[in-house]
Design a protein around this ligand. Structure first.
Ligand code: TAP
Length: 487
């Protein structure tokens, strides 16, 4: 008889710190607004501080755009639309987009470090996901710029004019790329407002845009808070509005735009179901569950925040999931070993704490792996709630944090009914061995994107967007371009 090997001691595998150097990026003490190809202070001289959420250390002072700045930026975008970028042949627009894509690649480390500093996300995510995907969006759309006549938009597709674009803080550079690349490829000019807590990579992108030599006014970047966003989306000189953010603000914008004839796309919140059947490859499914909700600290609109697991395998999946969560490393976002970074702001941390407290109060069982939280900065441990019922707030409301609600089901019909029991409709995941069941499920799930045996896969060629309270319109692919073309 051979003795079984003794189990490895719990702490056998320690990782030495592997911090990425922040020397690659030089952060200026202050930044202006990017209007008409130049950096300029806000007209009324206002500015705000952007922080590193992992340490609460101030990173820079950033100009806060007011109504006069929005006027200036929209006027510059209008002039560029009429005189330079709008009339430019698609073959030339393509060259500028390629240049931006190449410059993002060349400065990838700088972008990644800056994104992790300003947002709190782990460097391995900004380095391997955000920055390469942002470059890919510009490459992809460069390819479209001279082929629009052949894309089924009619013989002479026309751009809409000036696009006003407002983006959130969860993927600051990537969301800027999602908004700018299709708009520019189609011949529109842009005024973009990044989120207040994460303005720095958009401002670095403004430098890249200068470096690429785009005609002044083609892209304008206005930093500021919600009031700046509101002034932009309600400006009469804006022909098209593209918004990504909360459902609440999306509804406000919808009301303001109704009846004006201006075009609008809204990419809002979600409460996606990640459905695991008993025939699924369970170890892969566990990786997919982890990626679905703990990627980017759960600050993802399409996060798989509701795990629906077939009752016969629920205990097994939960055990394996807990074991896997015990191996995640939370801490310094610039450390290449880090899996879970900082929560982006005090306000978001408060919201997560409030909703998780409601989960406990309503009777769900809360679990987190043993995990030391840093003393400074905004942190929340990976958290799993079991015993969740459909009426619990944690099963209905978007938490936008590293918090998973686990529900069970017995039949495919019950899985579909529970998955669709949400006002949102952005995304879903299905884990099963059977192709026919994947097709059966995708026909019934009311979600804009359904991933099968994978999760959180993004590609510039693939349209992304939702319906119902998750908004309307698509970003990416030919569908995303259509939102920037007249007709
Ligand atoms: P929002 O308030 O919706 O912010 C998104 C963007 O809109 C930001 O640039 C924001 O500016 C701006 N904004 C705020 N009020 C506006 C208004 N009245 N008119 C025009 N623009 C306005 O989201 P948030 O405060 O960052 O997060 C709140 C919740 O929204 C989160 O907890 C999460 O549930 C959800 N959220 C969803 C998504 C996605 S991708 N669906 C992304 C982020 C947040 P400032 O941020 O500078 O104030």
């Amino acid at each position: 008889m051979v003795d079984a090997a003794p189990p490895a001691p719990e702490s056998a595998w320690e990782y030495a710190p592997a911090p990425e150097s922040r020397e690659i990026v030089s952060i200026a003490p202050g930044y202006g607004l990017f209007i008409n190809g130049e950096f300029t202070p806000a007209a009324d001289g206002k500015h705000f501080t952007t922080l590193n959420p992992a340490t609460e250390e101030p990173l820079a002072e950033v100009a806060e755009a007011g109504e006069r700045d929005v006027d200036r930026a929209v006027a510059a975008a209008r002039t560029a639309f009429e005189r330079t970028w709008g009339p430019m042949p698609g073959t030339d627009r393509a060259k500028y987009l390629y240049r931006i894509a190449r410059a993002i690649q060349e400065r990838a480390r700088e972008f990644a470090v800056l994104e992790s500093l300003d947002n709190g996300k782990p460097i391995k995510e900004s380095r391997d996901v955000d920055v390469p995907l942002a470059a890919a969006h510009f490459f992809y759309h460069a390819g479209w710029a001279d082929k629009l006549e052949h894309a089924g938009f009619g013989p002479q597709p026309r751009p809409l004019g000036v696009a006003g674009q407002v983006i959130p803080w969860n993927f600051p550079l990537l969301m800027a790329a999602w908004k700018l690349a299709p708009a520019l490829a189609a011949g529109n000019t842009c005024v973009l407002k990044p989120a207040e807590t994460t303005p720095l990579t958009a401002l670095l992108l403004a430098e890249v845009i200068q470096q690429a030599g785009l005609p002044p006014g083609t892209v304008n970047i206005l930093t500021g808070d919600g009031a700046t966003g509101q002034a932009l989306v309600s400006h009469p000189g804006v022909d098209k509005i593209a918004f990504t953010g909360s459902t609440e603000v999306g509804k406000e914008i919808l009301r303001a735009v109704a009846g004006t004839g201006r075009k609008l796309t809204l990419e809002l919140g979600g409460k996606a179901a990640n459905v695991v059947f008993d025939d699924a490859p369970l170890d892969q499914a566990v990786e997919g569950i982890v990626n679905g909700i703990f990627f980017n600290q759960g600050h993802v609109c399409c996060a798989g925040s509701r795990l629906l697991v077939q009752e016969s395998v629920a205990d097994m999946v939960l055990d394996r999931l807990k074991r896997r969560l015990g191996t995640l490393r939370l801490g310094d976002p610039l450390d290449k070993n880090t899996d879970i970074g900082a929560i982006n702001s005090r306000q978001q941390l408060d919201k997560i704490e409030q909703l998780t407290a409601a989960g406990e109060a309503e009777g769900a069982q809360r679990w987190s792996p043993p995990c030391l939280l840093p003393t400074a900065g905004y942190w929340f441990p990976p958290t799993v709630f079991s015993g969740v019922s459909q009426s619990h707030r944690i099963a209905r409301e978007e938490i936008f944090g590293p918090v998973l609600s686990v529900l069970t089901f017995r039949t495919p019909e019950e899985a579909v009914a529970k998955a669709n029991n949400t006002p949102y409709g952005l995304s879903a995941g299905v884990w099963t061995d059977k192709g026919s069941r994947i097709l059966w499920m995708t026909q019934r799930l009311r979600a804009g994107v359904v991933w099968a045996n994978t999760y959180n896969r993004f590609d510039p060629a693939s349209p992304f967007g939702g319906y119902r309270e998750s908004g309307f319109g698509r970003e990416g692919g030919r569908h995303g371009l259509a939102a920037y073309i007249d007709g």
